[in-house]
Design a protein. Structure first.
Length: 317
């Protein structure tokens, strides 16, 4: 197990290198000059040249990359010349809203998906099954920002039950925190719930055809015990894979929902940094998200052995 973890950690190095190269050059080759954004269009060319030299933008592009990547290897992601703070500090200050939103969205998605997926598998071929699959197809097709706008129209404008937008940190109280997050969490989790529902149904149907399920039925074991103790547990590995992937998607794809609901999270940080051409924040934030995603997948792989002991046996072999 330790060897496997070390291999995965070492595999992170080429991934970080490739992501760093792509993000750095995409950011710097995008039209727009951060110096002009900082000083304004009316600034003189001398002032622009002086600031460009101070920020190191006068150096060749490959030199700028090596200087930045050398700092990354030592844990220094650079400083934001707009926010006047280290990139890591800016990332951590904006992490709580995104993490809270992603976790709540995933909880909602899992509860809905497992319930509907199991029901669809048990009612295979019936009107209930077709209704669940129709809902999941609708959930995959509709964009999260449109779901968010519809939720705002219904629950905030018409019923006035929940705030239109904004964010309250967890320190203001759990209920106040959830009141501002519930609508964006539902909007963000709709597509994830649809994906997990379809995988749950498919995986459950495969397992329920197995001989040990037929044997359990012949022994007269209660159907609910067969479904949840035997079938769902053995069907959970592919479901867990989708859950892990969708959670990574929630973190990286929250930008649009955060913009709609005015949540000061990582998504808004990236969007604002792109508009300002704040290269250090763009590069550092994307790199940190990549590292998070890789470690999340590693955690999912390790959970396989907890759910199914046969995975641990295969790793020994």
């Amino acid at each position: 197990m330790l060897k496997y973890i070390l291999q995965r950690l070492f595999s992170l190095i080429p991934i970080l290198l490739v992501v760093s190269i792509i993000v750095f050059f995409l950011a710097h080759l995008t039209p727009g000059d951060p110096v002009t954004v900082l000083l304004g269009d009316e600034a003189s060319e001398e002032s622009k040249a002086e600031l460009r030299e101070q920020l190191g933008f006068d150096l060749p592009l490959y030199t700028q990359f090596f200087v930045w990547f050398k700092g990354v290897l030592t844990g220094d992601l650079g400083d934001s010349f707009f926010l006047k703070m280290p990139v890591l500090q800016a990332f951590l200050e904006n992490l709580e809203p995104t993490l809270s939103l992603a976790i709540l969205s995933q909880i909602i998605a899992i509860i809905i998906a497992l319930t509907l997926g199991v029901i669809a598998a048990k009612k295979r071929g019936t009107a209930t099954d077709q209704a669940v699959m129709g809902l999941s197809l609708f959930g995959i097709s509709i964009p999260s920002f449109l779901v968010g706008l519809l939720l705002i129209l219904l629950f905030s404008v018409q019923l006035r039950w929940l705030p239109v937008a904004g964010y309250r940190p967890l320190s203001d109280g759990i209920m106040e925190h959830l009141k501002y997050l519930i609508l964006p969490a539902i909007a963000l989790g709709t597509m994830q719930a649809a994906l997990i529902t379809r995988m749950t149904r498919s995986s459950m149907l495969d397992v329920m055809k197995s001989n040990y399920i037929k044997t359990a039925k012949s022994k007269g074991i209660h159907p609910n015990k067969i479904t949840y103790k035997h079938a769902l547990r053995n069907a959970f590995i592919p479901i867990l894979t989708v859950i892990g992937e969708t959670f990574g998607t929630l973190i990286t794809g929250a930008a649009v929902v955060e913009t709609v609901f005015n949540i000061p999270g990582i998504g808004q940080l990236i969007v604002n940094s792109i508009e300002r051409r704040d290269f250090a924040v763009i590069q550092g934030t994307v790199l940190l998200i990549t590292v998070t995603y890789v470690f999340l997948n590693l955690a999912i792989d390790l959970l396989y052995g907890v759910i199914d002991p046969r995975v641990r046996l295969n790793q020994r072999n």
